[in-house]
Design a protein around this ligand. Structure first.
Ligand SMILES: [Fe+2]
Ligand SMILES: [Fe+2]
Length: 244
C-alpha cells in the first residue's frame, strides 16, 4: 500500500506493515529452510551465536531510542519498561541474556564455558553488526515520534511472529532428534514479551501520531524492519559462504 490516501488510521499502517513482514521475512530462504528442517548442525550453530550478539546488543538499541524520546514520562517510560524486561525486571537469573543461554547451550554445550567470557564468543558477523549499527544510528537524528515508530513498527510489532516462527522451526523433529533444542527463549518472547512491548509503543503512537504522519511512520517502520530482514538473510548467506 503506497497510496497515502489509504492510510486513515494506525490500523491501516499496521496492515501495510504486516504485508511487508509477510513478504520480506517469511518469504526468504532463512525462514523457509529453517521451517523445512533443512539446516545443518553448523548452520544452527552459526545462527545461534550470531543471534546471541544481536540479543546482547538489543538493550543498547532501546537505550539509544530512549535518548531520542521527549523528556516526558509518557514517552520514555514505555521504552524503559521494555528495557527493564531485557534485564529480567531486576530478578537475578531472569535477564534475557540468561534465558538466551538456555537455547545456546542446548545447541552448543561449549557455550556453558565460554558464554561468560565475551572474548571467547565467535566474532559478530557483518550482517548483525550492520543491523545493530543502522538501528542505533537512526536515533541520532530521530524525533520522538520517529524513534517510537522505529521501535514499535520497525521491531516490536512483528517480533512475536518472527520469534514464534523461529521457535516453531527449531522444534522440527529433524533438529530435535540430534539433541533437544531448548526453545523457551523463543516461545516466551513470542507469547508474552513481544505483544506487551508492542502494546507499550502502540499506545504512544496511537495518542501522538497526527493523521498526516501515518505514511511517514509506515516508511520508518519498513526501513527498520527491512534492515532486520536483511540481517536474517545476511546470517543465512554468511553461513553458506562459510560452508556450514
Ligand atoms: Fe528479550
Ligand atoms: Fe521486544
Amino acid at each position: 500500500m503506497n497510496n497515502e490516501q489509504q492510510l486513515r488510521s494506525l490500523e491501516d499502517v499496521e496492515k501495510s506493515m504486516q504485508h511487508f513482514i509477510d513478504e520480506r521475512f517469511l518469504g526468504q530462504p532463512f525462514f523457509k529452510t529453517l521451517l523445512k528442517g533443512e539446516w545443518t548442525a553448523s548452520m544452527l550453530h552459526y545462527f545461534a551465536w550470531q543471534y546471541a550478539h544481536y540479543s546482547a546488543n538489543f538493550p543498547r538499541v532501546l537505550g539509544a531510542a530512549i535518548s531520542a524520546m521527549a523528556p516526558l514520562d509518557d514517552w520514555w517510560i514505555p521504552l524503559a519498561d521494555n528495557l527493564w524486561d531485557e534485564a529480567g525486571r531486576g530478578i537475578p537469573g531472569h535477564s534475557h541474556a540468561v534465558l538466551y543461554r538456555t537455547f545456546l547451550e542446548s545447541l552448543d554445550p561449549s557455550a556453558h564455558i565460554v558464554y561468560e567470557d565475551r572474548q571467547k564468543w565467535p566474532a559478530i558477523g557483518y550482517s548483525v553488526a550492520q543491523a545493530v549499527k543502522s538501528f542505533i544510528d537512526f536515533f541520532y537524528n530521530a524525533s520522538p515520534l520517529e524513534a517510537m515508530a522505529a521501535v514499535g513498527l520497525g521491531s516490536e510489532f512483528f517480533a512475536d511472529q518472527i520469534m514464534g516462527t523461529i521457535g516453531q522451526g527449531l522444534r522440527h523433529p529433524y533438529y530435535q532428534a540430534k539433541s533437544p533444542v531448548n526453545t523457551t527463549f523463543w516461545d516466551v518472547h513470542a507469547r508474552h514479551d513481544e505483544p506487551r512491548h508492542y502494546a507499550l509503543c502502540r499506545a504512544v503512537l496511537l495518542e501522538h501520531t497526527p493523521p498526516e504522519s501515518y505514511q511517514h511512520i509506515l516508511e520508518i517502520g519498513q526501513y527498520i524492519a527491512g534492515s532486520e530482514a536483511a540481517m536474517y538473510d545476511g546470517i543465512y548467506q554468511e553461513a553458506l559462504s562459510l560452508g556450514v
